[in-house]
Each structure stands twice: as C-alpha cells, then as structure tokens.
Design a protein around this ligand. Structure first.
Ligand SMILES: [Cu+2]
Length: 145
C-alpha cells in the first residue's frame, strides 16, 4: 500500500534560493527570503519561549519575534484530549511528535517578517508566530557587526 502524505513536506522554496546572483545575470523575480536563516553568531542572545499545549490549545497562541531574532521555542503538551500530539510549523520545517509532559525544543533564527502558524496536524488548533521587521536603524547591524 502506498501512503501519500500530502502536505508533509514544506515548499522547497524555503531553502532553495540562497544562491547569490552571478555577475551579469539579471534577476527576473525576487524570490522570497527564507523564513529561517543560519544562526549568524552565537553571540546573538537566545530567547527562550515556553508554549503549553492544553485543552484550550496553544498557550500562548501568539508569539511576536523580531526579524533575525534567535529563539528557542519549548513546547510541553499537558493534555491527551486534543489532536495536538504532533506539532507543525511548516515554514520552519518542524513536524514533530509532542510526547505527553515532555519538553520539545526547536531553535531557529527568524529570517523573514511575516506570520507563520504553528498547528496541530490538521490545522484546527493554531498559534501564530509574528515576525516583525527590524527597526531601520538596526537593519544589517545584527548580521554584520
Ligand atoms: Cu488537529
């Protein structure tokens, strides 16, 4: 039997467009920036955010980050009564089991401003990661000290 897991894999564009344009090549279209970027420096402070998975859903259900902020999200599932036994964050390439009462951590650097949902496998239980643009004065400073 063949099982096709539709939607399991995030769109390849997430990592696909890191290649710099070669000289003389006209870029036809600007590809979107990736949602996650390599950790630019271990000196960038790491912010840890705890998320509980309860009967009400994700708590908190909204996380606000700045672009290029380095974060560790720590999920703890505290209920068996919802289908959020698996965590999806498609844009950040996360699809992980959440064992009951265990901590699951994912660490990344936000690469692009936007709104990125974190959900149960079916998408009914949802939270939103909001990544805000850096203030203009700080732009570039965090990546190129
Ligand atoms: Cu669900």
């Amino acid at each position: 039997m063949t099982v096709v897991l539709v939607g399991l894999l995030p769109a390849p564009r997430t990592f696909a467009q890191a290649r710099p344009p070669s000289r003389g090549e006209k870029r036809r279209e600007k590809a979107p920036e990736p949602a996650v970027v390599p950790h630019a420096s271990i000196d960038v402070p790491l912010r840890t955010i705890d998320v509980r998975v309860t009967e009400k859903g994700f708590e908190p259900a909204q996380i606000t980050l700045r672009k290029h902020e380095r974060v560790r999200l720590v999920f703890t599932r505290e209920t068996d009564k919802t289908c959020a036994k698996i965590l999806r964050i498609d844009e950040f390439l996360v699809w992980n089991a959440l064992p009951l009462n265990e901590r699951f951590a994912t660490t990344f650097t936000a690469g692009r401003a936007g709104e990125f949902p974190y959900t149960c496998p079916t998408g009914e239980i949802q939270g939103i990661i909001k990544v805000e643009d850096e203030p203009a004065a700080a732009a570039g400073a965090s990546l190129h000290p």
